[in-house]
Design a protein around this ligand. Sequence first.
Ligand code: AMP
Length: 490
Amino acid sequence: MNFKDLGLSGPILRAITFENYNKPTPIQISVIPKFLNNDDIIGIAQTGTGKTAAFVLPILERLIKKNTKNIEKKFPVLILVPTRELAMQIVDKISIYGKIIRPKTVLVVGGAKPGPQIKSLKKGADIVVATPGRLLDHVQSKVAILSETNTIILDEADQMLDLGFMPSIKSIISNLPKDKQSILLSATMPKSVRMLADSFLKNPQEINVAPAATPIELIDQRVFLVKREAKIKFIQDIFNNHNIYKSIIFVRTKIGANKLAFKLNKLGIKVDAIHGDKSQSQRNRTLKNFRISKLNILIATDIAARGIDIEDISHIINYDMPNDSEIYVHRIGRTARAGKNGMAISLCEISEKKKLQSIENLINYSLNATVLNISDNLVLDKIKQNINFKNKTNDININKKSKSIKKKSTAKLFNKKAKKRFAKKRKKKKSEEVQNFSPKNNNKIFSDEDKKTNNNKTVFKKKNRNRLLKNRFKKGRKEFNLDSSFSGKF
Ligand code: AMP
């Protein structure tokens, strides 16, 4: 089976070849033909299995067929997702898969200024990607008119319900035409999601590419039973003694995320945190740095647990066990994406044992937790599958950090010496000044000639000092191997 057999045409096929997608994934094989057949769909798929392309590709195919180029675009397609990050990611994917078709897409999420969204919504678009709360604001203010929306996709439906979006979703759906196609996708399918599906899908085609809540087999899961106060020590063990390329450390609370970030940075392990109390621009910046590997360790609350598709995350660390066992599946699903391998390490407190049991009940197998005392070392034997992550490690980060600390201390030393020298000079200068203004000279009115010579003296001294400083900085730069393009002015 290839993409062409699924009913996709030239411009889309060319775009996905560019992405090196040779074969469709199981969810794509199941969803794309049914989507193009106008069926309602309820899809359960593991994270990282190609769910986004499964619904974005047929949307684009339909746009080609309809040739909507010059038609007023009143949002034929609406994609609802639980988080701003996921919404942005979907918009990115639309522009990648649609690079030849160039659909008009509007992103409608909270945390961003409403003005530009209003402007774009008024102009119309082929696809709206939105989080429910902000979209509902625009619906209620009659900026987003959904009467012509004939396809709605709810991605990560279970998280939307968990986050309390149910009333907003219901309100949004009530503004859509009765005759529409509805697609509901989720990695897990609790009763509440099934009830939502039953309430608005018509004879849905059920797609279940993997049993609900089964973590990807490629994830090597390790669980350690530890005391809370020992967790920070074990986190250090993990990063100091192992090759961790890119990892997310999950914590339960925003405060917990900030605290852990502070502690690890202090210990020389460079991290940044993302959670709901950070501004949208901070969240975007942190995620971008993590995506481009400027940052290798991200601390996150469950806001980042789902849908975020960042390549080459080698490790997931559960610093806190999640409250909800299904969240565990989403968290660890951030690694081992697109057929790669990954490892999930959970530091489970004795008091969290019940949470561990409910995770094991959900996934239907034991995670063989190992008990660790604070005096033990957390040692991870080799990852079970061959891991094809680049051979970058956080040891590099740590080394870099300690190097910079070394530099700083040398710089401090240099500054100290320089300060001493300047202090001596200042003292000398002061005593000269005191001499000039000594009672002997106090009443003396300077002649113009004297003033001139004094001025010349100061200019000369200034020039001399500048030359001295310049030389010293030049030496310093050499000592610290800094770039040679320096042209300081004093
Ligand atoms: P998703 O589950 O949609 O977040 O996708 C997970 C990852 O799989 C993304 O990095 C996609 O680029 C990638 N992907 C999606 N479809 C395919 C495919 N047919 N072949 C290879 N990679 C894919």
